[in-house]
Write a protein that binds this ligand. Structure first.
Ligand SMILES: *[C@@H]1O[C@H](CO)[C@@H](O)[C@H](O)[C@H]1NC(C)=O
Ligand SMILES: *[C@@H]1O[C@H](CO)[C@@H](O)[C@H](O)[C@H]1NC(C)=O
Ligand SMILES: *[C@@H]1O[C@H](CO)[C@@H](O)[C@H](O)[C@H]1NC(C)=O
Ligand SMILES: *[C@@H]1O[C@H](CO)[C@@H](O)[C@H](O)[C@H]1NC(C)=O
Ligand SMILES: *[C@@H]1O[C@H](CO)[C@@H](O)[C@H](O)[C@H]1NC(C)=O
Ligand SMILES: *[C@@H]1O[C@H](CO)[C@@H](O)[C@H](O)[C@H]1NC(C)=O
Ligand SMILES: *[C@@H]1O[C@H](CO)[C@@H](O)[C@H](O)[C@H]1NC(C)=O
Length: 887
């Protein structure tokens, strides 16, 4: 079993990162393209605690040394603020204990809970001496009667913890001591003494708490059991033998009515039970074993409740995140019927804990008090027999795991770390209900996904935070139709849907956003929640993305095409904007498709660059988007831009370099091909087509390595190459060139300096090219050239590669290799076996399943920019392997 686990975790790294299913967001929006409402105050950081008021127009924000009341309709409006700083004495004691004055010994507000209509309960880390107080909402002031916050709030501001207020009692999962070494799940109520977990590794073993919430069952249960509080956390496994610390995601629960035991488990939970949460891909043996956040989507009845969790693997460099969903009924089933585990006494077992097969005492250990027990005169946990209590004290862990709905993740995404999740149920026009999943990442990006027919579709990704920093907290309000994200630097509010960003019917339908539909009357993509029901019938929505439902677009006459006049020998850049990552761009010249091999045509980004325009380049150019809609099984093509290119007579000296920037012809709104602008401010104005030649083209030549025709990357990747995490621009095709200060500089200099600079850049470029090629940072064609020049001299990087593979072989071999190939101890032979296993067809495959998997979404093939290939393979650095090529 131990080896099984090992194999599971290691053998899969390679497999999953390449073969595993994963989704790509259809559209990507940059921060500056969005109209978001943001809040932050200078000098204040760590806006990580958020609380939405149900009754008032208020979003309460707990930050470092301050609590704010913002308007939940518009978080830029600050209605109240109170500061809570640390006095000198506790600050001194904190620094004396070796904590940093600027960082640790401050008061991080971490608990904000509603007590009643007039008061909030607020706790802060308070220089490693957690304190709580009441916040009076009428005048927004603290009562000034600080209470001990131990067990309610963490000491350490960076330690994970969770709280939930239920009927005036505060349930927390945190650490009870300064060192953070004593984990505790506790209940604090003003009228009773603290009820807590036993201090034992079988109860909690280095947990990292992520979420807690109450499930109200009381009213709906015939058996008279009461409400339960569920905790979600990741802890170090006690049950598996593993060479390091193996993390396990857990769900634990306690009963609200628990009062502790009479003699055994005095002031301790008598109803604490925990089980393993499973989020894995059984077909690939891949396990996501770290839970980062949980959202409980509550239904009218507790049985309709669905628990959503975001997971990654303990081995972060696999670069995969997953969302799993759990049926509340299944969770309940595990806790009420599951088998217990107990510490193994015999050494022959691989695991340290085994299933308990003996007779369990009655009433069932860990069960909530129900009618049956009441009949036996057990009306509270104080009356539970010692046998039951002793058993649950020793057996808090259940063997049966909680399995996800559908036995696998709802969503798997590459190259992101999800940190937060919220879910909203939406009734679409087809009258079905869809769960829309919003996930926040550690880079400030938000993903919006919807599950259709068991397949997940990521509608969009949004750069929610200005900076690339983690989303620390994410809330959703159906009332204001907004999402609220808290981060270290501020609070951001974003609408749950911005249908207006889709400018054509095709785009609106292909987006497959359950909130959005196309209104043919107004020719706009609108949020269906805004629409009175009698008008809904007229709207067009197709959640499988069938754009054929859209009214057909009449052929566009040539006369609406943008006319571009260029001097012979100069270059012309024809921009084209595609906002779908699922679409490919196809350029047509005089009606036939251009390939990237076409002479003098460079298809970079999505635009077309024709340099040294000649007589025969005259004609009409069209930019088409070809989008694959998997749920329909069909490609949808649409014209995005059209140009008529003519030479500007009389032709001048061919030496003169010129450049014409033509505006994007906005064809999104299909009715008006020549209509200009979709709300973009960065786009060049129409008149710039006639502007004097600027020299941005010169700069263009020096920047991307693709300009070299010999370096044409493999076809799959050329058509769309977009910046990696920097979300591709939806509106401005080349901001980095437009805004390039060096371009400005060039314009204001005479041509001698220009020529000089050009030569300099060119030389630099050549040097960089040669260097990168030598260092094997560039893809196949270069490597081939390099191989030709240097011979297959790969020994330089080979040892690391071997070492890494050997490391994997030792562990993965038992499980994976044995099954498929006859194992040989010969090193090179086994190497080939492994390679065979993960032969993916990618020419440029990073080895060892590190986090840098070629991403479909951004097709990042501009390898000279960064050095993505000296990555960690758990411990050994791996060079970008050209091995697949040469073998
Ligand atoms: C939010 O409030 C600010 C001023 O406080 C205002 O400028 C802005 O327009 C408001 N935004 C919305 C969407 O109402
Ligand atoms: C608080 O914010 C600062 C500044 O962004 C950050 O460096 C620090 O890690 C944050 N601390 C915690 C505990 O989140
Ligand atoms: C949960 O499981 C129960 C019983 O298997 C089933 O009736 C219910 O529909 C499921 N709920 C969801 C949301 O899948
Ligand atoms: C419960 O208590 C009542 C009165 O205290 C007693 O009459 C009854 O026999 C008890 N029942 C059981 C099952 O012990
Ligand atoms: C995800 O997090 C891990 C560990 O924090 C980090 O090593 C990795 O680079 C992150 N991956 C991405 C894509 O951000
Ligand atoms: C393309 O079409 C234009 C007119 O529409 C024509 O003048 C030109 O010769 C054509 N070019 C080629 C290469 O067919
Ligand atoms: C859809 O378009 C893509 C890209 O142009 C192409 O590779 C694929 O073969 C097309 N599929 C079908 C079924 O037409």
């Amino acid at each position: 079993m131990g080896f099984g686990v090992l194999g599971v975790f290691l053998g899969l790294l390679l497999e999953v990162s390449t073969h595993g299913p994963h989704a790509v967001p259809r559209t990507s929006w940059r921060h500056q393209d969005l109209d978001l409402m943001e809040f932050s105050e200078p000098g204040i950081f760590n806006y990580s605690t958020l609380l939405l008021s149900e009754k008032k127009d208020a979003l309460y924000v707990g930050a470092r040394e301050a609590v704010f009341e913002l308007s939940k309709k518009n978080v830029t409006i600050r209605n109240n603020k109170v500061q809570w700083t640390v006095a000198e004495v506790p600050m001194m004691m904190c620094t004396l204990k070796g904590k940093s004055k600027e960082r640790d010994c401050l008061n991080y507000i971490r608990v904000l809970q509603v007590v009643d209509d007039e008061r909030l309960y607020v706790c802060g880390t308070h220089a490693f001496q957690p304190q709580c107080d009441y916040l009076n909402l009428a005048d927004f002031s603290l009562a000034g009667r600080a209470e001990d916050g131990r067990g309610k709030c963490s000491f350490d501001p960076s330690q994970s913890f969770t709280t939930v207020m239920v009927d005036g009692e505060l349930y927390s999962g945190t650490a009870y001591n300064f060192l953070g070494s004593e984990p505790i799940i506790s209940r604090y109520s003003p009228s009773q003494s603290l009820l807590r977990t036993e201090y034992s590794t079988s109860w909690l073993n280095e947990p990292s708490f992520v979420f807690a919430d109450v499930i109200r069952e009381g009213k709906n249960r015939a058996d008279g059991e009461d409400d339960k509080i569920y905790y979600f956390f990741t802890e170090v496994s006690v049950e598996y033998e593993f060479f390091g610390k193996l993390l396990i995601p857990r769900v634990a629960r306690v009963c609200k009515g628990d009062l502790g035991g009479q003699r055994t488990l005095q002031k301790k939970w008598t109803s604490f039970l925990k089980a393993k949460l499973v989020c894995s891909m059984p077909e690939l043996n891949f396990v996501f074993n770290v839970v980062h956040d949980v959202f409980i989507l509550k239904g009218a009845d507790w049985r309709d409740t669905v628990i959503y969790g975001v997971f990654t693997s303990q081995w972060g460099n696999v670069g995969l995140s997953a969302v799993c969903a759990y049926n509340m009924t299944a969770v309940e089933e595990v806790f009420s019927k599951g088998k217990y585990m107990q510490k193994a006494t015999v050494e022959q077992s691989h695991t340290k804990w085994v299933r308990y097969n003996g007779i369990t005492p009655s009433p069932r250990p860990g069960a909530c008090i129900n009618n049956l027990m009441r009949q036996q005169n057990i009306s509270s946990s104080l009356h539970l027999p010692d046998k039951t209590l002793q058993f649950v004290k020793d057996h808090p862990l259940l063997e049966d795991p909680v399995l996800p709905i559908g036995n696998g993740p709802r969503l798997i995404t590459k190259d992101v770390n999800y940190t937060q999740i919220v879910v909203e149920r939406v009734r679409a026009l087809d009258n079905n209900i869809y769960d829309v999943i919003f996930t926040g990442t550690d880079k400030g990006v938000l993903h919006k996904s919807v599950v259709f027919d068991g397949e997940v579709h990521i509608v969009e990704e949004i750069q929610l935070l200005k900076n690339s920093e983690p989303i620390k907290n994410l809330l959703l309000s159906s009332e204001t139709r907004s999402l609220y994200a808290g981060s270290d630097s501020g609070v951001v509010q974003s609408p749950t849907a911005s249908c207006g960003r889709y400018l054509s019917c095709d785009d609106c339908v292909l987006a497959r956003d359950p909130y959005c539909a196309w209104d043919p009357q107004t020719a706009a993509c609108i949020n269906i929640i805004d629409i009175p029901s009698q008008r809904l019938r007229k709207l067009i929505q197709s959640l499988n993305g069938d754009a054929d439902k859209c009214p057909s677009v009449p052929d566009v006459s040539l006369k609406y095409y943008q006319h571009v006049k260029v001097k012979q020998g100069s270059s012309a850049e024809l921009p084209c904007l595609v906002n779908s990552n699922h679409a490919q761009v196809m350029w047509k010249f005089n009606g036939s498709a251009l390939t990237e091999a076409s002479r003098f045509h460079l298809i970079g980004e999505n635009g077309l660059l024709i340099y040294s325009v000649a007589q025969e380049d005259q004609g009409h150019y069209e930019c088409w988007s070809v989008e694959w809609a998997p749920a329909v099984g069909k490609n949808f093509s649409r014209l995005l831009a059209g140009y008529v290119l003519t030479l500007d007579p009389p032709p001048r000296s061919p030496h003169q370099t010129g450049h014409v920037t033509t505006p994007f012809v906005n064809q999104e709104s299909s009715s008006s091909l020549a209509s200009e602008g979709n709300g973009n401010t960065e786009r060049a104005p129409l008149t710039s087509a006639l502007a004097p030649p600027s020299f941005t083209a010169t700069v263009l030549f020096t920047t991307p390595p693709q300009t070299d025709a010999s370096l044409t990357p493999p076809p799959s990747s050329t058509i769309k190459s977009q910046p990696k995490l920097h979300l591709p621009s939806s509106n401005a095709p080349r901001p980095e060139n437009v805004g390039d200060p060096s371009a400005e500089y060039l314009q204001h200099n005479n041509s001698t300096a220009l020529l000089f600079l050009f030569l300099l850049f060119f030389l630099l470029f050549l040097a960089a090219l040669a260097y990168n090629c030598y260092m094997q940072y560039l893809p196949a064609p270069c490597l081939r050239m390099r191989a030709a020049l240097l011979g297959s001299n790969k020994s330089a990087h080979q040892p690391e590669y071997r070492a890494c593979e050997a490391g994997l072989m030792e562990t993965a071999a038992t499980d994976k290799i044995n099954m498929t190939e006859q194992p040989t101890q010969n090193g090179s032979q086994t190497t080939q076996n492994v390679r065979a296993l993960r032969d993916t067809g990618y020419e440029t495959e990073p080895e060892c399943g590190n986090g840098r998997i070629p991403s479909h979404s951004f097709g990042d093939d501009s390898p000279s920019q960064e050095k993505p290939f000296d990555v960690d393979c758990d411990s050994q650095p791996i060079q970008f392997a050209d091995a697949d090529e040469a073998y």
